[in-house]
Ligand binder design. Structure first.
Ligand code: KG4
Ligand code: ZN
Length: 406
């Protein structure tokens, strides 16, 4: 089955074409085309993602991204047949709320042949609603004109499946997943633990009571005058601080590095560790950083140490809550997904603890290219939903910014 998948839930416009084979027990995927455009440079100016701007950018980028993905998959062919007026009017109606998209879409459609795909999958939530709507309306228009079934995908299910997929940029396999599976989802909008006792059925185990962990990274980065998105920036500084500390311990650092690596003076709280649930809270951690920085000019050296202590605190809390959830659920597999799972320190901490404390539980983390938002993960989820005949009528497909898994 060939699936064309569309992702526009936040600040990445992405379309992938994936050939999927197999069943729920063992599935194989071949990525035929994968095009992605990040809007990070545009949102950087505002220090975060601005929903209406994101929507406009998706509208501008969707047609070129679709062309790029189809071309890579060798599915882009010219067509000279005229479009019936009735079809033209229907498309114009579906895309009436997306003026930037409507005309380029009609131009593209009138010039290209219907590609040999079997279904269209699109992220229906969670995410920024204006951004989700552009992708959904685009998918509805394509489904109508190409007469293909539509699959609504939960973005978080995409992150979980990306974590379970093994392979490389071109070929992926999902098989031998032992249940129950515990998923830790850590992104800019989510921090939650869910358990899958039966394949693709979820129960919520714990979640953040305030900020998402990615949001905390981004806000703390802003306090340190670092650009958006803050996660990779904090991670870079924290790694430098760890590197200095290591050299100091080994006695191999220069005099300069020696001075840089004075022991960390900052101490941040580990919120909610004494709480007997699997819930998280990151707002207090962010406020603690704010207080530390109050009326102070922080040196570049101290920025690194503070970034490291922040990352340590986050990793500590994430690990301890996850360990509690592993005990409570008796999970056989731990999957970690979402943009924050790109974090090297968090990956390291989880790998070490799992090896020592839960050697019989498999740890699955997304490959680097699949951690942050992408359309390949939407295609994976789309495949399983299509296998179950979980299709949506074009008119009933709606964006839901708070769509949950459980
Ligand atoms: O999953 P994602 O791409 O988008 C959402 O669905 O939210 O996650 C984006 C989040 C941002 O908050 C970003 O700062 C964070 O993931 N992130 C990181 C790293 N790379 C991205 N956080 C920590 N360390 C990283 N290396
Ligand atoms: Zn995401």
């Amino acid at each position: 089955m060939k699936i064309l998948a569309i992702e526009t839930s936040c600040d990445e416009t992405a379309i992938a074409i994936v050939e999927a084979n197999g069943n729920e027990k063992s599935a194989q995927f071949r990525v035929l085309g994968n095009a992605l455009l990040s809007q990070i440079d545009i949102h950087k100016e505002y220090g975060g993602v601005f929903p209406t701007l994101a929507k406009r950018e998706h509208a501008k980028n969707l047609v070129p991204i679709l062309e790029a993905a189809l071309e890579e998959a060798e599915l882009l062919h010219e067509d000279t047949q005229a479009m019936p007026k009735e079809t033209h009017d229907k498309i114009a109606d579906i895309l009436s709320r997306e003026p930037e998209l409507c005309e380029p879409f009609l131009d593209f459609i009138s010039e290209s042949e219907r590609p040999a795909i079997d279904a269209i999958a699109v992220t229906a939530g969670p995410g920024l609603e204006p951004a989700l709507w552009v992708g959904i309306n685009f998918a509805r228009a394509l489904a109508l004109i190409w007469e293909k079934p539509l699959v609504a995908v939960n973005h978080l299910e995409g992150h979980i499946l990306a974590a379970l997929a093994r392979g490389n940029d071109e070929t992926l396999v999902i098989e031998n997943v032992e249940l129950p599976l515990l998923a830790l989802l850590i992104s800019g909008g989510h921090t939650e633990l869910v358990v899958m006792k039966k394949w693709l059925e979820y129960e919520l185990v714990g979640q953040t009571r305030d900020d998402a962990v990615g949001e905390a990274f981004d806000k703390v980065a802003r306090m340190l005058d670092l650009p958006y998105p803050g996660g990779p920036e904090i991670s870079r500084l924290a790694e430098e601080s760890r590197d200095h500390a290591l050299r100091r311990r080994l006695g191999t650092g220069s005099e300069e590095a020696e001075k840089e690596s004075a022991e960390i003076l900052f101490k941040l709280p580990r919120p909610m560790l004494r709480d007997a649930t699997c819930d998280f809270s990151f707002a207090g951690l962010k406020t603690a950083v704010l207080y530390l920085l109050k009326d102070k000019k922080i040196s570049e050296k101290d920025k690194k140490h503070l970034a490291r202590e922040f990352e340590d605190a986050v990793a500590d809390v994430l690990w301890k809550k996850t360990a509690r959830a592993l005990d409570e659920t008796g999970a056989r597999t731990l999957a970690i997904g979402g943009g924050v799972s790109a974090n090297r320190h968090i990956r390291r901490i989880f790998a070490e603890h799992m090896k020592e404390e839960y050697p019989d539980v498999s740890l699955c983390i997304s490959a680097d290219t699949l951690t942050t938002d992408n359309a390949v993960m939407i295609a994976l989820a789309g495949f399983y939903r299509a296998l179950r005949g979980d299709f949506s009528a074009a008119d009933s497909l709606v964006a839901n910014g708070n769509r949950s898994l459980a």
